[in-house]
Design a binder for this molecule. Structure first.
Ligand code: CAA
Length: 283
């Protein structure tokens, strides 16, 4: 399978990062979002990241311009007709994702692979919205995409070996490390990460230690680059709650019950860094 053009759906934090690493690795990229202003914002972040790479002498000015020149803007999902691989990084909502996949399935050429960057929704269910479930797969990048090495590759129930191998190869061509995972709630990354974060929130809720102390223990004692509460703010507390609910519902096991303090913060609109307040304040 020869992948030359990658379409990325969503120019937010994840989609923008995915578009950047694909363009940097020589792929033609069609960056798609609902509105022009979202594309402008996403491309602005990509430019800022590339400028930093130039200033640190990790990239030449020519390479930067060539990378940016490989990205085209799109607000029409039918542009999928020009893509060999489509990576969807839209909001984490099953009905929105299934609508996008239905449209992509109609528009994309027969050989195209449809991938989702979902962090926790079932790939098998997304694939069932298409007439090509064997060509649907999960490509779960980590945030911040340009920095993190891992891509979890999730096989849906029908995903073929050929499609898996093509995506594994493509991931390596981005200088990322693919890890193969089956389609179960939270995959591997969030099945392990989110209960740790949730437990850190329980530790705070029960008054065992302050937020700073909890984060210090994990940073200095376990060499984590960020403490779990700081990481929760970075990911978004609404996302953490959403994933805990998917684990809780998916396994029916009380060990995944979300901490009441997490629910309270989300209800208050304290969603972490993006709203200026979570466990910490960012104003
Ligand atoms: N985009 C691009 N580059 C970024 C970046 C971003 N958003 N954030 C940081 N960087 C770059 C910086 O520019 C810097 O690069 P230089 O080498 O040019 O200096 C480098 O990363 C290191 O950054 P900093 O020195 O500012 O800070 P740091 O050393 O603390 O690293 C970090 C920042 C990489 C984010 C680090 O704190 C870290 O690894 N944190 C944990 C991240 C993590 O766990 N991610 C997974 C989240 S879970 C997920 O994504 C899955 C899910 O489904 C929820």
């Amino acid at each position: 399978m020869n992948i030359k053009t990658v379409m990325v759906i969503g120019a937010g934090q994840m989609g923008g990062g995915i578009a950047q690493v694909c363009a940097q690795s020589g792929y033609n990229v069609i960056l798609n979002d609902l509105k022009d202003e979202f594309l402008t914002r996403g491309l602005g972040v990509i430019k800022k990241n590339l400028n930093r790479a130039v200033s640190k002498e990790r990239m030449t000015e020519e390479d930067k311009n060539a990378t940016l020149g490989r990205i085209t803007r799109s607000t029409d999902l039918n542009d999928a007709k020009n893509a060999d691989l489509i990576i969807e990084a839209a909001v984490e909502n099953m009905s929105i994702k299934t609508k996008i996949f239905e449209t992509l399935d109609q528009a994309a050429p027969a050989h195209a692979i449809l991938a989702s960057n979902t962090s926790s929704l079932p790939i098998t269910e997304i694939a069932a919205a298409t007439k090509r479930p064997e060509q649907v797969i999960g490509m779960h990048f980590m945030n911040p995409v340009p920095v993190m090495k891992l891509v979890e590759i999730i096989r849906g129930l029908a995903t073929t070996d050929e499609v898996y191998q093509a995506i594994e190869e493509m991931t390596k061509s981005l200088s990322k490390a693919p890890v193969e995972v089956e389609d179960f709630p939270g995959f591997v990354s969030n099945r392990i990460l989110m209960p740790m974060i949730n437990e850190a929130i329980y530790t705070l809720y029960e008054g065992v230690a302050t937020k700073e102390a909890i984060d210090d223990v994990m940073k200095m004692g376990m060499n984590h680059p960020m403490g779990p509460l700081q990481l929760a703010d970075f990911i978004g507390l609404d996302t953490c709650l959403y994933i805990m609910e998917i684990l809780h519902e998916g396994f029916g096991d009380s060990k995944y019950r979300p901490c009441p303090l997490l629910r309270k913060y989300v209800k208050a609109g304290w969603l972490g860094k993006k709203t200026g307040r979570g466990f910490y304040s960012y104003e």
